[in-house]
Structure formats: structure tokens, C-alpha cells
Write a protein that binds this ligand. Sequence first.
Ligand code: ADP
Length: 262
Amino acid sequence: FLQVYAESIFRDGKIHGTMLVLRDVTAETEIDRMKSELVSTVSHELRTPLSSIYGFTELMLERDLKESRRELYLKTIHDEAKRLSYLVNDFLDLQKMEAGKQTFEWETVDLLELARDSISFYQETTDSHHLHLDADVGQDFKIEADLEGMRQLLGNLLSNAIKYSPEGGNVLVSLERLEGQVVMKVRDNGMGIPSSALPNLFGKFYRVDNSDRRKIGGTGLGLAICKEIAKAHDGHLHVESIYGEGSTFICELPTSKEAIHQ
Ligand code: ADP
């Protein structure tokens, strides 16, 4: 984008000439566009649960409700308030990471131990899915990382794998040790991702549009957060998926910051 304006050049109080100025404002225009897109997405994402909370509380205040209705309304209000709180937390986390202001605490993290912990934690939240671990226990899966960041990354991938696969589904976490890095994969045999959605999948607020999925709660921020966490670890996160068959999220993590520069 070019901004064009004319400026008169004066000499001894008289117009001496006119100068045409061309300014490249591509960067500013792009930032403005991104800002307004963000404001409209955030306001939309906040407005939907808020208006639902407002509507249901109003109904509850106005009418004499049957106990079963009251419970249903309260549950909706609770779910929407929970969604709002997740949304705000995820959004703030992501903003912080993108601005490079998130403080990571580097320590030795055993990914095998973390995978075991996370699997048993998420297995407790679901009776309908089977969570498995595949790793050569004789190998060393320790890396230099931020423990809470790694927990959040694996947790988001695991909860997605459960959310987007049918009852009875299998979710597999696998660890593989390569030269200077550990590859952590989360595989499910769920609904998969259409190839048209793959380029946007890790973008902010992006959710694959399909009526089945719309019924599943989410903020569309989980994968964007995972990507930022992987990036902060000099790692790489990507996905392989066959629509209708399942998805595998693959995270390559260097064992230490130096390992990747060798
Ligand atoms: P959400 O809060 O919507 O789950 P995410 O950023 O975690 O947001 O994921 C973005 C979108 O990617 C999801 O809405 C879903 O459509 C798709 N997705 C993520 N993980 C999977 C998966 N394991 N299988 C199928 N689709 C997935």
C-alpha cells in the first residue's frame, strides 16, 4: 500500500515547487487490519457466551420455574461461564507468548514421566476412550524444557484427541528418541481434519467448520498455544491427518537449546 501526498516547497515566502511524497504503509495497514480482525473475533467470542448467560439469568429471575428447568438453565449458565473463563485464560496466555513475555522456567523434564502422568490424568476424565503409551522405556526422554508448558502442550493435544474421536476411540502417545531431539506424537482414530483446513489449523480462534464439531466445545486457541510453546522450545509442531480416519500431531523437541545448533 502506498500513501501519496503533495507538499509545497517555499522559498522566500513564495511557493518554489511541489513535492510528491510516496510512502510505503504496507506494514501499518497490515497491523491495523490484524488489530481490527482481532477485536471483532474477540468481541464475537465473548458476546456469544455472555448473551447466553444474560438471557438465562433473566429467564430465571422473571419466571417461576420448575425445578428441572431451573437446573437446566443453571447448567447452561455454568457451562457458558466456564467457557468464558477458559477463553480469557487461553487468550491471555497466547497474547503473552506471542509478545515474548511469557516466562518459561527451564529445567530437565522427563517426557516419559510427563506422558505417563498426563495419560493417567486424562484417562480419569474419560471412560469412553482408551489412552495408551508407546515408548522404549530403556531410552532417555529427558529434555531441557518448561514443565508447565510441556504439560499444557501435551494436555491440549490429548484433550483434542479425546474430544474429536468417537466413544471407544483409541489415543496413542508415542515417544521416540532421535539424535539431539525427542519426537512426541499424539495419534487418534477420530474424525480427522479435511485437507482444506490444515493450513489454518494452528491459527487463532480457528475451528473446523462442520456441524458435528460445532457441538463440541472449544475456543479455537488450544493449537495456537501448542504451536507457541513448541516454538519457545525451538521445537516444531505439525499434523498429519486423513479426513474420516484420524489425526497425528507430531512435536519435535530438541533435547536442549544447544542441540539444535550443533
Ligand atoms: P478447539 O478449542 O476448537 O478444540 P484447537 O485450537 O485446539 O481449538 O483446535 C482447532 C480445531 O482443530 C478444532 O476446532 C478442531 O476442529 C480441529 N482439531 C484439533 N484437534 C483435532 C483432532 N485431534 N482431530 C480432529 N480435529 C481436530
